[in-house]
Design a protein around this ligand. Structure first.
Ligand code: EPZ
Length: 423
């Protein structure tokens, strides 16, 4: 619990180094369950969500060491396949250990993840897919209890693109010797491709990641594996938007620009100057952005995880913008907070209509989830005057060394921890 104090306006200028991808690290850590040998990972970001996933692996009985981006994982001597509720409650991605556990050890019990502030987060695609592969799935008292019966070939068509379901089912199928699983309408995000590369290093025969059809021939050889995780495209995009939104000038280093083509297209359309290199992007902006109409869709469309940050950027555009959220229809809790800073935003169905204002003004606001809180940090650097961002701890779930990285760009942040029981 705690809050940031930020004095604006600030032009963010300088270099920022991107860390490893949270949303590639989490499925790869979950997939490490299926290996009988030691695994070494690199470029793993030090984030609350990553540490939660490591605690889950430790609760299974695996040995996990983590220091300066490097992780070493060894298999359990006597595995425990009941995952504690308090760990799953902390982070919904923990649900994805269910499949690897039941496939490898024959049984597993994992709490159903709750909802969260970006909307209802069902896991029905995950459960239907596991059932199609022949697993016995029961839901009792808020837990999913899975047993491995007679597993079989399966062709699974996901009703809509789901990153988590695609990754969960790919990883589970990789364990099943002699079974072929085909996932249709698979998510095509770069993090799914990175997971495929990792599963291949464990000896699984996986192909098609990055397209809408992923095919897995199960069977994992027990060989030591090493993998370096891709850079975090959402972190990179967040800093690019922050530099543009504060009319600054900077370079985002150690990233893969091709993972954010949709963002570059929209930023250029709004008047931002970009220079795109092999592993860096230079960003500069000197005026109010032109308004945009953005359709948020699964990859390679505009990413939902950059929607709140883009809304902050467009809140001072020279005209009215529209952002239609097609992935998480309720991902708008940041709207009320941006309104408190002077933004003029209306919501109709799952579309935000943003009438650009001259400038934002600093205010006390409340972080509701990871990307909404990132958007409020950007808005606070844009705004005239002082802002306080309460419940700011959300941001530590997804942005490694965020205070230091913004500090290096000239954006000073004062962080005050609050004891949650303080009245
Ligand atoms: C992943 O969440 C990311 N998290 C999210 O990033 C990201 O916003 C999301 O993908 C979309 O890109 C991780 O990778 C750890 P989905 P996930 O399954 O897998 C519906 C962040 O800020 N759905 O692709 O949970 C779902 O409700 C986080 O880093 C079902 O209906 O998202 C949503 O409308 C936030 N049933 C849509 O699919 C299911 O069984 C896409 O969700 C599963 C999903």
């Amino acid at each position: 619990m705690g809050y940031f104090e930020i004095e604006g306006p600030v032009r963010l200028e300088g270099d920022v180094e991107v860390s490893g991808a949270k949303n590639a690290s989490l499925p790869i850590l979950a997939a490490s369950i299926i290996s009988d040998s030691k695994i070494r990972l690199e470029n793993i970001p030090d984030l609350l969500d990553v540490r939660t996933m490591m605690d889950i692996l430790r609760s299974v009985g695996m040995k996990v060491s983590f220091s300066s981006g490097k992780v070493e994982i060894s298999p359990p001597v006597s595995p425990n396949t009941d995952v504690p509720y308090e760990l799953v409650r902390k982070m919904r991605a923990s649900f994805n250990v269910l499949g690897p556990l039941v496939a490898k050890y024959g049984k597993a019990k994992v709490a159903l993840p709750g909802g969260c502030s970006i909307g209802v987060r069902p896991v029905d695609f995950h459960i239907e897919g596991l059932k199609k592969m022949g697993f016995d799935i029961e839901i009792e008292h808020g837990f999913v209890v899975a047993k491995r019966r007679k597993v079989r070939d399966a062709r699974i068509t996901l009703p809509k693109s789901s990153v988590g379901a695609t990754e969960h089912l790919m990883t589970t199928a990789a364990v099943l010797d002699g079974v072929e699983v085909v996932i249709e309408n698979a998510a095509m995000e770069p993090e799914v491709v990175d997971l495929q590369e990792f599963l291949r290093k464990l000896g699984a025969d996986v192909e098609g990641a990055g397209t809408s059809i992923v095919r897995v021939q199960g069977g994992v050889k027990s060989s030591e594996a090493y993998h370096k995780v891709i850079p975090d495209r959402i972190e990179a995009g967040t800093y690019a938007i922050a530099i543009a939104a504060t009319r600054g000038k900077g370079t985002i280093r150690n990233m893969l620009p091709e993972h954010l083509n949709s963002l570059w297209e929209f930023l250029e359309k709004s008047g931002v100057n970009l220079e795109i290199g092999r592993d860096l992007v230079k960003v500069s902006m000197s005026e109010r952005p032109k308004p945009l109409s953005i359709d948020v869709t699964p990859y390679p469309g505009f990413p939902t995880d950059l929607q709140p940050q883009m809304m902050a950027f467009l809140s001072v555009a020279k005209g009215t913008s529209h952002i239609r959220e097609n992935v998480f229809h309720a991902r708008f809790l940041h709207v009320d907070e941006l309104r408190r800073m002077g933004a003029k935003i209306e919501l109709s169905d799952s579309t935000a209509i943003i009438e650009g204002v001259q400038k934002l003004s600093g205010a006390p606001v409340n972080g509701t989830d990871l990307r909404a809180t990132a958007a409020l940090v950007i808005a606070a650097f844009m705004a005239e005057g002082k802002s306080e961002i309460h419940h700011v701890e959300h941001i530590f779930r997804g942005y490694e060394s965020v205070i230091e990285k913004f500090g290096k760009l000239g954006g000073s942040i004062r962080y005050t921890e609050v004891n949650e029981y303080e009245d």
